[in-house]
Design a binder for this molecule. Structure first.
Ligand code: FAD
Length: 512
């Protein structure tokens, strides 16, 4: 891996194809595991402080020019488990990016700060007294500025967003443009396949090149298998470099007194469990939450063309506070593949009818404030995501479906499709309770997707009841840090990337 090629996008990545020896031994001040939201920001912040930083990324390096805007191919090329990662019962797809830039490459660009009522819960219930709105505000300001976060302009609200906004106004519900980290959006609607024109301000085109400009070295195809300690203190990692045909190109060791885990909320706990570290509380991998989402589609009399224009335009925050329901609705555009993945279109004739009418559909994505009832487990060979929607969260899921149905009807939809395994269509206000009240919280009944796994190595003041401190360092192992979505003690209702960026910035700045 001594000779690396400069890629057209400007990022220089050491890849498996560059490997020239069976073992690679490296040294650094800090080794960062994962190059997504948490990893890229931490790497940049530390590199610009003059630290020698190495970033190890399990996924491949896919330069933007290679993005295809074909979602089936993107799942294969850019996503964890080729887009097939799911919970143990198979009714929750857990989508995560697995490439240089992580989930930020494939995300929908939506940006929210952590709601203050969530931070207050963390202060009260987890002893995180320092994580106040005032303390985090400068970090939010900074990352938002760095990533060109702005309220969607009118041209960024596609037809599907316009009809939803009109319906929300009719109902008197609070509806706002979404904020997104994008510069001069090309309105292609292919966010989930990566942004070919590099307008999305993902880590691939921002913090990673910036980190590299400050000397950080980035290795793709490199999966960290173990965190190593000496005398109870972090001392580095062991990794394997794998070619794209699955064969091992080399083993790797990195010696570093600071190890930052940012492999995402599924893989970071797996790595700690494999390494047998930082688990005095028994909470590594526990406390998993994920904002289980539904795509509630409405059929409109006039064509909507949900694949046209910016993917995400507006959101309804009327019910965001837990006292008001604990959910938000985001208007979501989607292409034909997403449409079949996220809905329950049936098979045979019903499927053909659904797809024939695709251009008349608009989607609402529900996000709920779920409890942290899941767990990531490792049996020595494979991971398991054990998560079922809890009975405590089912009422809020049903409230979100009802609100989405009501909103579609108010927006002019003639039919609303509930993504349930027994086909349920709502055609009038009177149908809403009828169709939704009888839903059961049984495995496989609702087709759920998570874009936001969180919480599996959560922060807290008490070492017996949390995995890491507010500064990101694990309670048990000096020098071993977590800086990704695993940190969040509770689910945060809103899309989490900005929270992860802000926390990672803070963690890097507090690192000694
Ligand atoms: C399809 C999709 C849409 C989304 N839309 C939005 C949105 O609009 N707004 C928003 O706020 N959030 C969105 N998110 C979520 C957001 O992108 C994530 O919350 C955020 O990126 C999490 O950051 P992270 O650092 O925890 O993990 P990631 O960004 O997922 O990065 C983790 C990286 O670690 C790598 N890795 C894993 N294991 C290892 C290992 N053992 N060794 C080395 N590397 C490893 C992975 O390959 C991955 O690249 C979306 C996510 C998805 C998947």
């Amino acid at each position: 891996m001594s000779q690396v090629k400069w890629q057209a996008s400007g990022l220089q990545v050491h890849q498996a194809s560059d490997v020239t020896s069976e073992h690679i031994a490296l040294e650094a001040d800090v080794v960062v595991v994962g190059s997504g939201a948490g990893g890229a920001v931490t790497a940049y912040e530390l590199a610009r402080m003059g630290k020698r930083v190495i970033v190890l990324e399990a996924g491949p390096y896919v330069p933007s020019q290679a993005f295809t805007e074909d979602f089936t191919e993107s799942l294969h090329a850019l996503y964890q488990d080729k887009g097939g990662q799911a919970n143990s019962s198979g009714d929750l797809l857990v989508l995560q990016g697995a490439c240089v830039g992580g989930s930020t490459v494939v995300n929908g660009c939506v940006c929210f700060r952590t709601p203050d009522f969530i931070l207050q819960d963390w202060q009260r219930d987890f002893g995180l007294s320092e994580l106040t709105e005032a303390e985090l505000a400068p970090y939010f300001d900074e990352v938002e500025q760095n990533l060109s976060v702005h309220d969607n302009g009118e041209h960024e609200i596609a037809r599907h967003g316009q009809v939803i906004r009109a319906g929300a106004n009719k109902l008197g519900w609070s509806v706002k443009p979404l904020r997104r980290n994008i510069r001069q959006c090309g309105l292609t609607g292919h966010c989930l396949s990566g942004c070919k024109t590099e307008r999305k301000q993902s880590m691939l085109v921002t913090y990673l090149p910036w980190a590299q400009a400050h000397g950080a070295r980035i290795y793709s195809d490199t999966r960290v298998e173990k965190v190593v300690t000496e005398g109870g203190v972090a001392s580095g990692v062991e990794a394997v470099v794998t070619r794209h045909d699955g064969t091992v190109a080399a083993t790797m060791t990195v010696k570093a007194p600071r190890v930052v885990l940012a492999a995402g909320a599924v893989q970071t706990p797996v790595l700690l469990l494999k390494s047998g570290l930082a688990n005095r509380s028994g909470l590594v991998g526990k406390n998993f939450a994920c904002h289980p989402s539904l795509l509630v589609a409405g059929r409109y009399p006039e064509p909507i063309h949900p694949w046209r224009g910016a993917m995400l335009g507006v959101h309804v925050d009327e019910f965001m506070h837990p006292d008001k329901g604990g959910f938000i609705l985001e208007d979501g555009g989607f292409g034909l593949v997403e449409m079949t993945m996220l809905a329950e279109p049936g098979t045979g004739k019903p499927f053909m009818e659904y797809m024939e009418n695709a251009r008349y559909l608009a989607g609402l994505v529900t996000l709920i404030h779920d409890h942290n009832v899941g767990a990531i487990e490792w049996d020595g060979e494979r991971k398991a995501i054990n998560y079922q929607l809890s009975d405590a969260d089912f009422p809020s899921m049903k409230r979100a479906i009802k609100a989405a149905a009501k909103l579609h009807l108010a927006s002019g939809a003639t039919e609303v499709y509930v993504p349930a395994s027994d086909k349920r269509v709502i055609r009038s206000e009177a149908d809403i309770d009828l169709q939704v009240d009888s839903l059961e919280n049984d495995p496989q009944h609702l087709r759920m997707v998570s874009y936001h796994p969180q919480g599996t190595c959560h922060m807290g003041a008490d070492p017996d009841h949390s995995v890491v401190k507010a500064n990101g360092e694990t309670h048990d192992v000096p020098g071993l840090y977590v800086a990704d979505a695993s940190l969040l003690p509770t689910s945060i209702i809103v899309n989490p990337q900005i929270t992860v960026y802000a926390l990672a910035t803070r963690i890097a700045r507090h690192m000694s």
